[in-house]
Design a protein around this ligand. Structure first.
Ligand SMILES: Nc1ncnc2c1ncn2[C@@H]1O[C@H](COP(=O)(O)OP(=O)(O)OP(=O)(O)O)[C@@H](O)[C@H]1O
Length: 221
């Protein structure tokens, strides 16, 4: 039983389709990476897959390209928001004043895993781009779920850190669908690569089956 299935669908905004004739399904346990030039439609496809998986009643952890953090709040509070919809309004409001010790311990352990242990009390607005990105990843780890959907989740950290973070995400989520621009990272992470070009799926196969020529054509002007 696939987690999500699209069949010959057009995806876009309002009247205009960004992607056409999209047929794909994702099974539990797959690690899918979307590749393509800027504007190829990776975020559009991630958004559609997110909505379908959530619509199917599954819990999803989302890392949007812009991170969707609350700048004025602390790193710890932003991570806490990964479970906002699991809790009552009263619980969430009182947590704003003081994060309960049980939640704090769980969150701080996750912050250690992404190298942000020292930054827990800092307001997000004062962080570097890479620290903000790691806060969004920590929020996804804290949320958990059947699938991770992440749009360029390691674009602002160095190569070594990116590899370690992708390993963390891979271990924490049974299924993951990511957009990445680094082909090496994509090959290392994915069980399946999907290339988008010209509004269509150009390839959809295991990394070992995608040659350098296909990747060159995907990114050619
Ligand atoms: N909210 C929106 N409303 C209308 N058009 C949009 C919207 N978001 C994206 N688009 C358009 O859809 C197309 C695909 O954009 P999308 O963000 O999915 O590409 P992408 O592959 O994720 O690009 P990037 O690598 O630059 O993030 C672009 O032409 C873009 O202008």
């Amino acid at each position: 039983m696939p987690l999500v299935a699209l069949r010959d669908e057009a995806l876009g905004y309002g009247a205009g389709a960004v992607l056409r004739q999209i047929t794909l399904s994702v099974a539990p346990g797959e690690r899918v990476v979307l590749l393509g030039r800027s504007g190829a439609g990776k975020s559009t496809l991630l958004g559609a897959l997110h909505d379908r998986i959530v619509g199917g009643g599954h819990r999803v952890a989302l890392v949007p390209q812009d991170h969707a953090l609350v700048p004025q709040l602390s790193v710890r509070h932003n991570v806490l928001m990964g479970r906002l919809d699991d809790r009552s309004a009263a619980y969430n409001l009182t947590s704003l004043l003081r994060v309960r010790s049980r939640d704090r311990a769980e969150i701080d352990a996750i912050l250690d895993r992404v190298g942000l242990g020292e930054e827990a009390p800092r307001a997000v607005e004062g962080l570097s781009g890479g620290q903000k990105q790691r806060t969004a990843l920590a929020r996804a780890l804290y949320r958990g779920g059947a699938a991770l959907i992440a749009d360029e989740p390691v674009s602002a950290v160095d190569e070594g850190q990116a590899g370690r973070l992708l390993d963390e995400m891979s271990a924490a989520f049974g299924t993951a669908i990511l957009a990445l621009h680094d082909v090496g990272q994509a090959r290392a992470f994915a069980t399946r690569l999907i290339g988008l070009r010209g509004g269509r799926i150009a390839f959809d196969a295991a990394p070992g089956e995608i040659g350098a020529g296909e990747l060159e054509r995907l990114y050619a002007a």
